[in-house]
Design a protein around this ligand. Structure first.
Ligand SMILES: [Ca+2]
Length: 169
């Protein structure tokens, strides 16, 4: 009787043991995948001054803080207009002569009341200035888009671009 009982126990135990091993292996694999998966916290894009609104691929929420870091220079006019529109960063041309010459065109800007050449953001229909600020509180939910502030119909003569690192908090 004893060998038969042993055999029965072994027969019941064996599938149990092997399925337990499989479950443990599956869990270990899943944990490993979780650890290996890159944690995408933000991204860096190149924003050409000639570009229309450029998607960042980042989905942001209303009230969320987003950090920005910009490198590079751009301008809303070609090189031969450098005296009016000298190279600038994300803060834009506010203090330069071109801004005064074109002050009557302010309502035609992508974002009126904000300097030419300033970095702008858009989420859903909300357009907002970013400029050289390091942090922005997002006003709406959706994908974050970026553009240089210029006449939307006159970006083709712009020069330069910015490398923008965007990190939602
Ligand atoms: Ca332009």
């Amino acid at each position: 009787m004893k060998p038969i009982r042993d055999l029965l126990t072994r027969r019941k135990l064996k599938p149990l043991l092997s399925s337990s091993v499989l479950i443990i292996l599956a869990l270990l694999f899943a944990c490993n995948q979780e650890i290996r998966r890159p944690q995408v916290r933000g991204r860096t894009i190149y924003l050409d001054a000639k570009s229309d609104w450029q998607g960042t691929g980042l989905w942001v929420k209303k009230g969320q803080t987003v950090r920005f870091e910009c490198h590079g220079i751009w301008a809303v006019a070609p090189e031969n207009e450098n005296r009016r529109w000298p190279d600038t960063g994300p803060e834009g041309h506010g203090k330069h002569p071109g801004e005064k010459v074109h002050r009557l065109g302010d309502p035609k800007k992508e974002l009126p009341g904000t300097p030419f050449g300033a970095l702008l953001g858009k989420v859903s229909d909300a357009v907002f200035p970013i400029g050289n600020r390091k942090e922005i509180i997002i006003p709406s939910e959706g994908e974050l888009y970026l553009v240089v502030n210029d006449y939307p119909f006159y970006r083709h003569d712009n020069r330069g671009g910015l490398t923008v690192t965007i990190v939602p908090q």
